[in-house]
Design a protein around this ligand. Structure first.
Ligand code: ATP
Ligand code: MG
Length: 410
């Protein structure tokens, strides 16, 4: 059996223990924000991080310029891994790095660098930066020194262009962070920074993605689902529940409101709406949504409409939806293809839930050949026959509230 090169074998044993602590170093998004907005961004984000990781550990979030440091007592590498993973769901974060936080002396940085690069193969590059310029070495000097040391110890080649590993060294005010690689975050703005909205949540693929995209822009959202009950089973409610529980990882404290909609649908059917039934029903959902949103102090409705995707989503029909309410309707998927929406649904882990079978309340109404150019006068006639304002009030009064929590079983 060939023996391994003596110089590359015993290195792991040579690595001295790191005299620092494992922590998570967070890079914030939208760093162009200035002044009061920035202060609000950082405060909100720090709160959201603490809340998200609370089931795992109590943490301190230390705010520095453009980065956060997340520390916890008795931090082990394993605990810090779990915290970092959880943090990647918190909106407003671009990167979560599992880092060694060490003293501001060269020996400490060297030990952490050796520990991090131990056992790796392939090329590497060291990238240093100083947020504290008082550190006695420049970034370039640090790169060269640490790079040379790793090369001496492990024989790994330095390659500055597209290395297999990047070792990052960030000199801060009180300490130095040493890390390699990181977990990408969601980007965007911290939830709660942009106000509150109500998502009309079917059991389908689109509305969960719409919710995600608005949360990512800093909106805190509640969810409203219309079930076909009592004429359908509760399956669509289970689906909506499971979807909201998954989406709850992005904001926490999510509320799902469910309206039994079957009887109202029957009224629409008997009102002679015919080909306009689907659009009349969507208008009634929006009206009900507006009332519910007001009660929850929400300022906007959100739907998963995409232009032209189905007959109820032609330009004329979307305009006819806006006509039913005074509140603005946000449609973050309006210009997206189904494939793009599905890709996103896969990434946020809602796709498999959405694809479960259920009896969508809308299938009850689906008329053969739905109207693609609904006329407003005709819709207003239907509204009158239905006494739609009264009906929407009744529906809004009938909501049942659920609190799906991310990570809960069931
Ligand atoms: P989705 O995949 O979100 O169900 P879709 O492509 O099936 O969307 P539609 O069924 O026309 O499209 O619904 C358009 C939008 O209307 C949905 O994205 C959602 O916001 C809202 N909506 C539809 N059905 C319901 C429902 N049962 N409860 C709440 N909102 C609904
Ligand atoms: Mg649908």
């Amino acid at each position: 059996m060939p023996t391994l090169d003596a110089e590359t074998v015993p290195v792991r044993e040579q690595v001295p223990a790191v005299d620092g602590e494992p922590c998570v170093l967070i890079k914030l998004g939208e760093v162009v924000l200035k002044g009061k907005n920035r202060e609000q961004f950082e405060r909100r984000l720090a709160d959201n991080v603490r809340l998200a990781v609370r089931p795992i550990a109590r943490v301190d979030v230390i705010r520095r310029h453009g980065v956060f440091i997340v520390r916890t007592k008795d931090a082990t590498a394993e605990l810090v891994d779990r915290i970092a993973m959880r943090i990647t769901d918190v909106m407003g974060i671009v990167w979560a790095h599992r880092a060694w936080r060490v003293g501001k002396d060269l020996a400490s940085v060297e030990r952490a660098a050796l520990e991090l690069m131990a056992g790796r193969t392939g090329s590497f590059a060291v990238r240093s930066r100083r947020r504290d310029k008082r550190f006695p070495m420049t970034s370039t000097e640090l790169d060269r020194h640490i790079g040379g040391m790793i090369n001496d110890a492990y024989g790994q080649p330095v390659r500055l262009k597209r290395p297999d590993h990047t070792l990052s060294i960030e000199v801060d005010r009180d300490e130095v962070f040493v890390f390699s690689g990181g977990l990408p975050g969601q980007g965007g703005l911290p939830v709660g920074m942009s106000g509150r909205g109500l998502v009309l949540m079917s059991g389908g693929i689109d509305s969960p993605v719409a919710a995600y995209r608005m949360m990512r822009r800093g909106l805190r959202v509640d969810f409203l689902h219309f079930s076909g009950m009592p004429f359908t089973g509760p399956e669509s409610i289970y689906k909506a529940y499971a979807l909201v529980r998954e989406l709850d990882k992005f904001q926490g404290g999510s509320r799902l409101l469910v309206v039994p909609f079957g009887k109202a649908q029957q009224q629409i059917k008997t009102s002679g709406a015919d080909k306009l039934a689907v659009i009349a029903q969507r208008r009634l959902m929006l009206r009900t949504g507006e009332l519910v949103a007001r009660r929850l102090k929400g300022a906007t409705l959100i739907t998963g409409d995409a232009l032209g995707q189905v007959s109820s989503q032609t330009l004329t029909n979307i305009t006819a939806q806006d006509d039913a309410v005074r509140m603005p309707i946000l449609r973050p998927l309006i210009g997206m293809d189904k494939i793009e929406i599905m890709d996103q649904a896969r990434r946020i882990k809602t796709l498999t839930i959405s694809e479960l079978p259920d009896e969508d309340c809308c299938s009850m109404l689906a008329p053969l050949g739905a109207e693609t150019r609904a006329k407003l006068e005709d819709l207003h006639q239907i509204d009158k026959r239905l006494d739609v304002e009264e009906l929407a009030e009744q529906l809004a009064d009938s909501v049942q509230e659920h609190r799906p929590v991310y990570g809960d079983a069931g």
